[in-house]
Ligand binder design. Structure first.
Ligand code: ADP
Ligand code: MG
Length: 597
């Protein structure tokens, strides 16, 4: 009996569909990309049950003319290219003509559409191999695609799906990325009847960030611009208060496309390193542009990975300019004072973002510039409100400059740890340990860079017992320890000998010091090149060395402040903890009810 047979048409279609549509995410992506290609300025996406029972994408784009409707569902049917030559100039997101045919092979699809030239709209319910024709209905310009019962006919596909809520959150991540990549398009996402977010299409990336991540994030952004022949960029970096424990808040677009790129992530992290605690990642949304010749986007089409051809150069360009950008701001952590009453008083309603299906569009959606210091937009139950955010002010007075030294008033010490300092109209608290740690770290690294590390020998050496794993750890990083002036030797039978310590760390409790470092290295092995590891070991060492409540007198603290001020970035200790926080006089007066606004 012969074993080879030709698959039937339905099976072939379902297999082909599987390549385009793996989960609800793909359907939404294809439909929204079609809406963008159609020149829409408003797109709403609605899903139910993670997209499995319903996906509805409504746009106000140029629609599909009556004669084209049935063709749009044919495999390889597209209006975007005619032949292979067009590929070189194609500017649309889609061009393969596979999406609608694939989606309709694995779900029930209904289409409502109207072009500006047609007098009436059309409604079409796709049915395989049927000759049903679109019916006339009244509809606004644009297209609505309704996809129901996804994978009803491919149960095998359903088995590979995650929970409805995970599928739903993949869709919402996608819609967020689309909104961030197109601030000029108003995007709305509704899931199970609830609006998850909505942008106004004002073209302002900061506003989109605010709509998606909220007020606190929008208040803590640093504009980032990079101009270079190889690569240019525009976007926002988060201040250190926004640092996160994973990379999910690093968002990158390359030539308008949401991408994952290791080199870019690492470069941005490297640029922010002085402000990042260990195992923390920055918040950022950055649009990059480069010559398409310099990137390879085909590494993983589904996973959005890209590969850069000039990796090293691009790494340096990005990390240098991120570092410069972060340093350009005074990053003393302000403690905001926000009271409910204050918020309510300043609320001013502005119209809701327009709905694609509204007959009369509200085109004069009030544009609010979040850069204006006096007002910002926050969301309360879908209504945007304006409120006073003067507490967003950064530090206009250069507190940490040598010149201002004479104007400080050091009030005293609190809890044997924090120094209270008055300077003009601001009250500062300095964390003595963080400041000390920072100063020691900078001294140690400067000595290392200029090859002038001085270490002091310990006589007799200090012997510390270590287990096998700890001995391995010491061996792995011995080179870095030595370079920093921490001389260690194997002392046999499960112990090591500390023979010298760098000048600056000498005198700390070495037992405690090593236990802490070993625990930390044990738990979190260091990754990166020699320099990165050396940096981290130096920062861990300084942290371990300044532990404990070292009492300090006034002249010691003045010297510490003076040294802190001479550093490039005095505001964060190497672990990213702030060295200083501040309260303005008016914030304090508000707290005591002396001033009301
Ligand atoms: P592709 O996007 O690769 O051309 P699709 O299968 O996604 O293929 O869509 C087929 C065609 O249907 C498109 O080329 C376009 O002409 C039309 N189309 C699909 N969605 C829309 C929409 N939302 N608005 C206008 N035209 C659309
Ligand atoms: Mg398409």
């Amino acid at each position: 009996m012969s074993k080879i047979h030709v698959l039937d048409k339905t099976t072939i279609e379902q297999i082909a569909a599987g390549e385009v549509v793996e989960r609800p995410f793909n359907v939404v992506k294809e439909l929204v990309e079609n809406s963008i290609d159609a020149g829409s300025s408003n797109i709403s996406v609605e899903i139910k049950d993670g997209g499995l029972s319903l996906i509805r994408v409504t746009d106000d784009g140029n629609g599909i003319s009556k004669d084209d409707i049935k063709n749009a569902f044919l495999p390889h049917a597209t209006s975007k290219i005619v032949n292979i030559d067009d590929l070189l100039s194609v500017r649309s997101l889609g061009f393969r003509g596979e999406a609608l045919s694939s989606i309709s092979a694995v779900s029930d699809v209904e289409l409502i559409t109207k072009t500006p030239d047609d007098l009436t709209g059309s409604r079409y319910i796709y049915e395989k191999d049927s000759d049903n024709i679109p019916e006339d209905i009244g509809a606004p310009n644009g297209t609505t695609m309704i996809v129901r019962n996804l994978f009803y006919n491919v149960p095998a596909r359903k088995k590979f799906l995650k929970s409805l809520s995970s599928e739903g959150s993949m869709v919402s991540d996608l819609c967020e990325h689309i909104a961030l990549s197109h601030p000029e398009i108003a995007i709305k996402l509704i899931s199970n009847g609830k609006t998850l977010f909505q942008t106004s299409g004002s073209g302002d990336l900061k506003e989109v960030i605010y709509r998606i991540y909220g007020l606190e994030t929008a208040q803590n952004l640093i504009p980032f611009v990079l101009e270079n022949d190889l690569i240019s960029a525009e976007g926002y970096l988060g201040k250190p208060t926004l640092n996160r424990s994973n990379r999910n808040y690093e968002t990158f677009f390359m030539n308008g496309r949401y991408v994952h790129c290791d080199v870019i992530s690492k470069a941005v992290e490297e640029g922010c390193r002085e402000y990042l605690m260990q195992h923390k990642f920055p918040f950022c949304v950055i649009h990059f542009k480069c010559d398409p010749k310099d990137i390879d986007v085909n590494v993983h089409p589904a996973k959005m990975e890209i590969r850069l051809h000039k990796r090293e150069d691009i790494f340096d360009i990005i990390s240098d300019s991120v570092r410069e950008c972060m340093r350009s701001l005074e990053l003393i952590k302000a403690v905001p004072v926000i009271r409910e009453e204050d918020n309510k008083k300043n609320e001013v309603s502005i119209p809701k973002a327009p709905e694609p299906f509204e007959t009369k569009r509200i085109l004069n959606f009030k544009h609010v510039d979040p850069d204006e210091e006096v007002s910002n937009v926050i969301k309360a139950d879908n209504v945007a409100v304006i409120r006073d955010v003067s507490q967003m002010n950064l530090f206009e007075d250069k507190f940490l400059s040598q010149d201002s030294m004479s104007e400080y008033k050091i009030i005293g010490q609190l809890f044997k740890t924090y120094w209270l300092i008055e300077y003009r109209d601001t009250f500062y608290m300095m964390d003595q340990h963080a400041a000390h740690e920072k100063v020691k770290f900078e001294r140690l690294m400067a000595a290392y860079r200029s090859k002038t590390v001085t270490s002091q020998s310990i006589n007799p050496p200090i012997i510390i017992d270590v287990n096998l794993k700890e001995a391995d750890i010491i061996n792995e990083y011995i080179d870095e320890f030595n370079k920093l002036g921490i001389e260690i030797e194997d002392f046999g039978s499960g112990s090591i000998a500390i023979r010298s310590m760098p000048q600056d760390l000498y005198g700390c409790d070495e037992h405690e010091f090593f236990r802490e470092i070993l625990d930390e290295l044990n738990e979190n092995p260091l990754k990166g090149d020699h320099e990165v590891i050396l940096n981290k070991i130096a920062s861990m060492s300084c942290k371990a060395a300044v532990k404990g409540n070292t009492e300090m007198n006034l002249s010691g603290i003045k010297a510490l402040l003076r040294e802190l001020m001479s550093l490039d970035n005095p505001y964060n200790c190497p672990h990213g903890r702030p060295t200083l926080i501040s309260f303005s006089k008016s914030e304090i007066e508000k707290k005591f009810g002396r001033i009301v606004t």
